[in-house]
Design a protein around this ligand. Structure first.
Ligand SMILES: [Zn+2]
Length: 116
């Protein structure tokens, strides 16, 4: 995600996933973040269509896994199957977050002052 104000990267992927990016929880939920370079308050306005290229295969994979899950439990046993299920969910969550971060488009919200 590029900051529309300073044209630098507004937030690294690690910062995007692991922190509130300089805003409150309520603001974060609404898609706000603060640019890591210039401190401008930004908001995610839309996502590029390429995001679907990330989401659709993930959902299909999850669906395929759900369909084959009973057979997997029969052949591999319960615990390994549950572990695999969690791994897959984690992977998809990661891919999903990456897609949101990679394809998000930002707009600048007013000045660099606190708002709300
Ligand atoms: Zn900036």
């Amino acid at each position: 995600m590029t900051c529309p104000g300073c044209h630098e990267e507004a937030s690294s992927f690690r910062r995007f996933v692991l922190s509130l990016q300089g805003v409150t929880v309520a603001q974060s939920v609404q898609g706000y973040l603060r640019c890591q370079s210039c401190g401008r308050l930004l908001r995610v306005v839309r996502f590029q269509k390429a995001l679907w290229g990330f989401l659709v295969p993930s959902v299909l994979l999850l669906g395929m896994f759900a369909v084959t899950y009973p057979a997997l439990v029969r052949s591999a046993g319960g615990p390994p199957s549950v572990l695999l299920w969690f791994l897959l969910l984690f992977l998809i969550l990661f891919v999903f977050s990456y897609g949101l971060w990679r394809f998000g488009e930002l707009t600048s919200v007013g000045s660099t002052d606190e708002e709300c």
